[in-house]
Design a protein around this ligand. Structure first.
Ligand SMILES: NC(=O)c1ccc[n+]([C@@H]2O[C@H](COP(=O)([O-])OP(=O)(O)OC[C@H]3O[C@@H](n4cnc5c(N)ncnc54)[C@H](OP(=O)(O)O)[C@@H]3O)[C@@H](O)[C@H]2O)c1
Length: 339
């Protein structure tokens, strides 16, 4: 087995099922590892050698350094890969240096293109909801940069399902570019999107791109119940606050990952990623790494075969609590066909 490829949402663009996330590139106050240009070059070459053709960054990662470092690391290989970046976060102190206004989107895309050293971005994603801008304004601005050739496809991130559904309706009504992807937090320790976002994405042919698939590194199994997290790890350096999860369940899941791993000869990280590969609607998992060992570990997830009993064990252990109206919709659905 090696890398496999699939369509990005309902587009004709083929992307690898692992996407390399570059949030650790550059030094920032977020304390994510500070991957420098030399290490980034090695990482980018390694993932390309392993078949990855899909890279994710954002204008806010290390205040633009992530885009710059990625652009340099890719160099002329840029033409063979798919680059995703994002807009919405605060990038300056001005009133309009954040959000999804027409003004900021036009400004932000030009700056991202410059930092990345490219003429176009393949996937431009709104990084989150902007309560200050009318949705029509955002969708029209995104449609216009697609028409201008600066962006090929658009996607959303961190939207509620109703926000995404309203956006899709506007795009359809105005016959402009629509969201093709949903970049959302999704891991064994956070399956919240299964309530509303996953059904929407399946219904509309939108590709799900899970972020923080290892819950910030916790699912690697390197944190122990009875000892403080080591310095030089994300949780050791920043505390356990993002992404949030139930710590007690977390350690139970890590135990289960170790026990499955001893049977199928795979690491907890690889099994966590292999579980996500099997989830409906998932297009590409966005992996992250601070060093080469982690990267190599995560890349091998492509070769892990998670058998049905192990998959079901993880499904049951981490099943999301039913929410209303979801449980009522399932209940009422039972009598829709005559017996
Ligand atoms: N749209 C959004 O709002 C959003 C939010 C977050 C991330 N993202 C995207 O998703 C990508 C991945 O997110 P993430 O970095 O949070 O993913 P993650 O896989 O949950 O965490 C990655 C971190 O976990 C640790 N780690 C990873 N693999 C490991 C392994 N095999 N063994 C031990 N430790 C390991 C490393 O941190 P330490 O060594 O420091 O412990 C690494 O930096 C980002 O690069 C970004 O592109 C998007």
């Amino acid at each position: 087995m090696g890398m496999t490829y699939t369509n990005l949402g309902s587009t004709g663009l083929l992307v690898s099922r692992l996407c390399f996330g570059t949030m650790t590139f550059g030094k920032s106050q977020w304390k994510l590892g500070g991957v420098d240009q030399k290490l980034a070059d090695e990482m980018v070459n390694t993932v390309i050698d392993n078949g990855i053709n899909f890279f994710d960054t954002a204008d806010v990662y290390s205040a633009g350094q992530s885009e710059e470092i990625l652009g340099k690391a890719l160099g002329s290989k840029r033409q063979n890969v798919v680059i995703a970046t994002k807009v919405r976060g605060r990038v300056g102190i001005g009133h309009n240096d954040a959000g999804l206004s027409r003004r900021h989107i036009f400004d932000a895309i030009d700056k991202s293109l410059k930092r990345l050293g490219t003429d176009y971005v393949d996937l431009y994603q709104v990084h989150g909801w902007d309560a200050f801008t009318p949705l029509e304004e955002t969708m029209n601005a995104l449609g216009d940069i697609v028409t201008a050739g600066k962006v090929r496809y658009i996607g959303f991130s961190n939207y509620a399902a109703w926000q995404a559904a309203l956006s899709l309706g506007i795009s359809e009504r105005l016959s402009i570019a629509r969201f093709q992807t949903a970049q959302m937090h999704y891991s064994l320790l956070c399956r919240d999107i299964e309530h509303e976002i996953v059904p929407l994405c399946l219904n509309k042919g939108i590709g799900i791109l899970p972020w923080s698939p290892l819950s910030g590194g916790f699912l690697s199994g390197k944190y122990k119940k009875d000892s403080d997290p080591a310095a030089g790890t994300r949780i050791g350096d920043r505390g356990m606050w993002f992404p949030p999860f139930d710590k007690e369940l977390g350690f139970k899941v890590v135990d289960a990952l170790h026990s499955i791993g001893s049977q199928i000869k795979a690491t907890p990280s690889q099994i966590s990623l292999a579980w996500l590969f099997k989830k409906p609607g998932v297009t590409s998992i966005i992996i992250g790494a601070r060093n080469m060992d982690q990267l190599q570990d995560n890349l091998k997830s492509m070769n892990v075969k998670l058998d049905e009993p192990s998959f079901n064990k993880l499904e049951e252990l981490t099943a999301p609590k039913p929410l209303y109206p979801g449980w009522m919709i399932s209940f009422q659905g039972q009598d829709r066909l005559p017996k």
